[in-house]
Design a protein around this ligand. Structure first.
Ligand code: HGY
Ligand code: MN
Ligand code: MN
Length: 409
């Protein structure tokens, strides 16, 4: 009977807290490792140094995904763990970093106990999961899984017109390796309120909802705020503001968990006494059911056009992300559930509201996710918090599953 062994939570905590210090800008409470910025580079460099000091074979692919490989008895495709190190602005320390550093902790634990596996193991950090600067989000895993052409990704541009290709070269992370895996498992904080509210320790993730993003522009007429009668106005900002409210009403009308968000809105010229001639906005629509997701996208696009007509402004709409809803293979989900039960953890099935790299690794190989609770459901903010006891449970569960997938000897 093999002696049970566990991960080292203080070692994992120290890695998480060290990574959490990377990207603190000025005295903001959060860190910002926006994809392909110097702060992201600092996080990447730290991760590469951690992989190298663990003796892993470090690889980088043409879209900047980084992974370290631990040799197995055979040269089969590796069992991969991972997530992302890029963040939104003013972020917490858990989103993404947990999946990457917990994967490293699993490998450190196996090295410490001299455990061999049939299959090689790997831990990855995917490029631009967040999509905060370059769209689409989950860019690195989309390209690696063949769901998005590398060329299109390299040509994506940020608000300043800088391309992914130029930014990747600037930070020195344009590689030549090819990322492949025989199975993929991602540990992540829930980023929602369910597990924390129900006092459940482990979320057994059945799937991930669909995500659609658009960039839109309303174009009206600049005019004087003090002389232009109301019925003479072609007010792009008023149209975009109505769209914000109508997007919320549309999600309520579709119901069954539909979510619609206007996260960004920029009027031009953005002057107190000028009616905005142009207003740029972003749209985010999500649903877990494929039919509702497809229908909902059409309703969003119809809503944008209807409001343009009502306000006498023209509209331009470009879809910039379209991640379909996925359900993970039953065998993978049942493996997570089985090991969680065996470990005596409370558990519940859950569908992920947030997008994750597993949404695209699922197209490459059998994939699944493990969730741990987010206190008060907060994420994408410095208040993001998960207890170290929850993280220890989640990482030990990741270890048990990896021993099964890797066919430990
Ligand atoms: O938007 C998302 O759900 C992901 O964090 N990119
Ligand atoms: Mn994430
Ligand atoms: Mn995120």
């Amino acid at each position: 009977m093999k002696k049970e062994f566990h991960i080292n939570i203080s070692r994992l905590r120290s890695s998480m807290e060290t990574m959490g210090k990377v990207g603190i800008i000025d005295d903001s409470p959060g860190r910002s490792r926006i994809a392909l910025t110097s702060q992201d580079k600092d996080g990447r460099d730290l991760f590469v140094s951690m992989l190298s000091s663990e003796g892993l074979d470090v690889r980088v692919d043409p879209i900047g995904n980084i992974w370290g490989i631990r040799a197995g008895r055979t040269d089969a495709l590796p069992v991969m763990m991972g997530s992302h190190l890029d963040s939104v602005a003013n972020a917490g320390i858990f989103d993404g970093s947990l999946g990457v550093l917990a994967g490293l902790e699993v490998i450190r634990t196996l090295n410490e106990h001299g455990i061999e596996t049939e299959k090689p193991l790997a831990v990855a950090s995917f490029t631009n999961e967040e999509g905060a600067r370059f769209q689409p989000d989950m860019m690195g895993s989309m390209v690696a899984s063949g769901c998005y052409p590398l060329e299109d990704a390299l040509q994506a541009r940020d608000d300043k017109g800088i391309s992914v290709e130029a930014a990747l070269k600037e930070i020195g992370y344009a590689g030549n390796d090819r990322l492949q895996a025989s199975s993929y498992l991602e540990l992540h904080v829930e980023q929602g309120p369910v597990l924390d509210r129900e006092k459940i320790q482990i979320g057994v993730v059945k799937g991930i909802q669909g995500i659609a993003w658009w960039h839109g522009t309303y174009t009206g007429e600049a005019n004087h705020a003090g002389t232009t009668p109301l019925d003479y106005r072609k007010d792009s900002l008023l149209a975009a503001s109505e769209l914000c409210c109508e997007m919320r009403l549309l999600a309520e009308k579709i119901g069954a968990g539909a979510l619609a968000t206007v996260g960004r809105i920029h009027p031009y010229p953005d002057i107190i006494n000028v009616i905005a001639s142009q207003t740029w906005f972003s749209l985010d629509f999500r649903h877990y059911d494929r039919t509702v997701f497809e229908e909902g996208k059409k309703e969003v696009e119809g809503l944008v056009r209807r409001i343009a007509r009502q306000h006498g402004v023209s509209c331009k709409l470009e879809q910039v992300a379209n991640a379909l809803p996925v359900s993970f293979p039953l065998s993978m989900v049942q493996m997570v559930e089985r090991h969680a039960r065996k470990s005596g953890y409370s558990l519940a099935p859950i569908v992920s509201g947030a997008g994750h790299d597993a949404q695209f690794m699922h197209r490459m190989c059998p994939s699944a996710m493990i969730f741990v609770p987010s206190r008060n459901g907060r994420s994408h903010c410095p208040e993001e918090y998960t207890s170290w006891e929850d993280i220890e449970r989640g990482t030990n569960l990741l270890l048990r599953c990896i021993l099964e997938l890797g066919c430990s000897l």
